[in-house]
Design a protein around this ligand. Sequence first.
Ligand code: ATP
Ligand code: ZN
Length: 295
Amino acid sequence: MSEQRLRIAIQKSGRLSDGSFDLLKSCGLSVSRGRDKLYGRVQEMPIDILLLRDDDIPEFVADDACDIGIIGQNVFEEEILNESHEAPAEEVMKLGFAHCRLMLAAPKEWCFDGSLMLEGKRIATSYPALTRAWLARQGVNAKVVMMKGSVEVAPRLKIADAVCDIVSTGATLDANGLKPVATVFESEAVLIRNRQEFSPEKQAMFEALLKRIKGVMTSKDAKYVMMNAPRSAVPAITEFLPGADSPTILELAGNPEKVAIHAVCRESVFWDTLEELKKLGASAILVLPIEKMMA
Ligand code: ATP
Ligand code: ZN
């Protein structure tokens, strides 16, 4: 791989990969996803993609085998807390997908009445550092048992009393006689970069990509909203529109009392929002998706 190409590490297959590929695609980068391939090349920009197991991504980025990477905050923070690298990668921005929670789960029969109940207990987890940090914040002394996988079977096997694991629906916990009792860490995918200074070409590429990612993220919930309204209702409507900068006000032909209001709403526009706008005097309300946006 050429020195001048920006090298991005993403998960080869798993819960982060679809979101990572989708994000790159929304940024105008198409990557061919070969079955057993370790590398992918982007056609549109001098960018190379490395397809890895998620656990290897923080290390690859820290070691300068890659310039940037997409990783779950849970894995990244665990790595940071472990201080396994002198100059670890740094988080650049949250990416708004792969949301999940690291949760403490206890046997269903426990009447859990607070973290002090864990005093002296054994907790099985694949995230020992995050779990220890949380226990320390709670002022609880408990033994943390590291398990690589199938953490939820630990209490049944009497390896541990409780577990600390990633939970989405809770179905796996339920099937193992466990219930979530406390949130230890809230996670989503993040963009990380190594601490080396990039060459000017690479830095320019990185900044261009960041700009596109930010554009994709702000346009995700953003909508272009149009409506007609009495001129007198403009201040109230403007104030109500979710996350809108100053809207455009256009005169309606042949009706000096009424105007058209056009606005970019950066926050979600729900049915409730439209009903509220109607109450404020708006009519002919249109909500359009925004495909791309750049500040
Ligand atoms: P790999 O084979 O790359 O090591 P893995 O099995 O360790 O993959 P995945 O299960 O693909 O990892 O999860 C990757 C990341 O996706 C998690 O670390 C977490 O940040 C995120 N994630 C999002 N939702 C969930 C979920 N429901 N369960 C587990 N992880 C989730
Ligand atoms: Zn993994």
